[in-house]
Write a protein that binds this ligand. Structure first.
Ligand code: IMP
Ligand code: MG
Length: 183
């Protein structure tokens, strides 16, 4: 779906499909350099990271394996609590593996810092993070994100995997959700 098809539900277009594509290509070039000659496992966090995973993985000019986790951070609506539950675990044994967590957005950073510690504790050789978007609050939790696409303002955004009540994930770009939709 194109952003203009939901123009009434959004206040501002943050990123077009083309801007996202260009940024993922830049990130892919860095990842190729950093993991040259290595066996890399991409771990996508369901469901938001599906689009980032699909486009980033295809942009990479190297072999990668892909696996998925689904986690739920307790809390409701638009706030995250940092208490995390695994809904779907990895199929892959990550002992001694180099792992790159693929995320859509880092807001509080609580989910990701928990996830990284969890994967490190399983004996991974390295666990890094790539996130398409990062909000300013992420600075409060000390989560070291190796690759960040865009720093965005502290507003609720949808599209390119990001949802509000499971809608808008299939937008091609990213836009700020209009308050009348959730108020
Ligand atoms: P954190 O633990 O606060 O970093 O939570 C991150 C998760 O919250 C993301 O993976 C998203 O699923 C969700 N999230 C945070 N901000 C937004 C937003 O602006 N739009 C949609 N989902 C969001
Ligand atoms: Mg997510």
């Amino acid at each position: 779906m194109q952003l203009d098809e939901v123009a009434d539900d959004t206040t501002e277009v943050l990123l077009t499909q083309e801007q996202i594509r260009e940024k993922l290509a830049e990130l892919a070039r860095q990842i190729e350099q950093d993991y040259a000659g290595e066996k890399l496992l991409l771990v996508g966090v369901l469901k938001g990271a599906v689009m980032v995973m699909a486009d980033l993985a295809r942009e990479l000019r190297m072999h990668v394996e892909m696996d998925w986790m689904a986690v739920s951070s307790y809390g409701s609506g638009t706030q995250s609590s940092g208490v995390v539950r695994i809904l779907k675990d990895l199929d892959t044994d990550i002992v001694d593996r180099r792992v790159l967590i693929v995320e859509d957005i880092i807001d509080s950073g609580l989910t990701l810092s928990w996830l990284r510690e969890n994967l490190v504790s399983r004996g991974a050789k390295s666990v890094e993070i790539v996130a398409l978007l990062r909000k300013p609050d992420a600075a409060k939790v000390d989560v070291d994100v190796r690759y960040v696409g865009f720093e965005i303002p502290n507003k609720f955004v949808v599209g390119y995997g990001l949802d509000y009540a499971e809608k808008y994930r299939n937008l091609r770009g990213v836009a700020v959700l209009a308050p009348h939709v959730y108020e």
